[in-house]
Design a binder for this molecule. Structure first.
Ligand code: PGA
Length: 249
């Protein structure tokens, strides 16, 4: 049975001090029973916060990015092994902000996914169309390209990849995909994914929705058959909002 996953993507927000305070607030929520055991919880803070969060413990941490290389002379990069040593099991790959602002494309993403799989960690692999692409009616084409250009390179997908559908036009804009638009994209992704991992594994693959998910729209989105959790940006920076999204399950 698939366990829904709620992940908070903090992006480049909060100082280590402020982030630690937010982590502790979430932990108090958890200790007060706000976290259902039926849900898997995850926060993706900036790298600089990971050590302190791991020491305190209590809520699972993951990373927003990783290097495509395993180790060596790559100034400024952070390897999957370093992240794994800090307790990260999940690592975000292919977020639209990385694609757009840092020009990450297939070669980088293939390297990252491969490092993550070698370490037996789990990529949360993001895909999503721009507004222009949606208006041109090529959403499915774009999603298929984003998946194929990376996963066609692997003869066997050895870990239980998590997919995240994040329409670019809904990220940080306050615009959310309608439940029908989101469900349609998720169902398409699941069907496509079955060509890579087989029907059974695809059925059990978690596909998260991301893009302005908030307490007031989370319930409707999460009730759809192919939406297995959320990747939450803005609302994850507020403990109450993040906790109330979970309450929607
Ligand atoms: P948002 O971000 O919830 O602020 O739209 C989601 C994301 O980028 O993962």
């Amino acid at each position: 049975m698939k366990r829904p996953l709620i992940a908070g993507n903090w992006k480049m927000n909060t100082s280590p001090t402020a982030g630690f305070a937010l982590y502790k607030e979430l932990l108090s929520g958890k200790n007060a029973g706000a976290f259902s055991e039926d849900l898997e919880w995850l926060v993706l803070p900036p790298f600089t916060h990971l050590g302190a969060f791991q020491q305190l413990g209590g809520i699972q941490v993951g990373a927003q990015n990783c290097s495509q290389h395993s180790q060596g002379a790559f100034t400024g990069e952070i390897s999957v092994d370093m992240l794994s040593d800090l307790g990260c099991r999940y690592i975000l790959v292919g977020h639209s902000e990385r694609r757009q602002y840092f020009k990450e494309g297939a070669p980088e993403l293939i390297g990252k996914v491969s490092q993550i799989m070698i370490a037996k960690c789990i990529p949360i692999f993001c895909v999503g169309e721009t507004l222009e692409e949606r208006e041109q009616g090529i959403t499915e084409e774009v999603l298929e390209r984003q998946i194929r250009e990376v996963f066609d390179q692997f003869s066997y997908i050895s870990v239980d990849v998590v997919l995240a559908y994040e329409p670019v036009w809904a990220i940080g804009t306050g615009k959310t995909a309608t439940v029908e638009q989101a469900q349609e994209a998720h169902a398409f992704l699941r069907q496509l994914w079955s060509k890579f991992v087989g029907e059974n594994r695809a059925k059990n693959t978690r596909i998260l929705y991301g893009g302005s998910m908030k307490p007031d729209n989370a319930g409707a989105l999460l009730s759809m058959p192919d939406i297995d959790g959320g990747l939450i940006g803005g609302a994850a920076l507020n403990a109450n909002a993040f906790l109330s999204i979970a309450a929607e399950f």
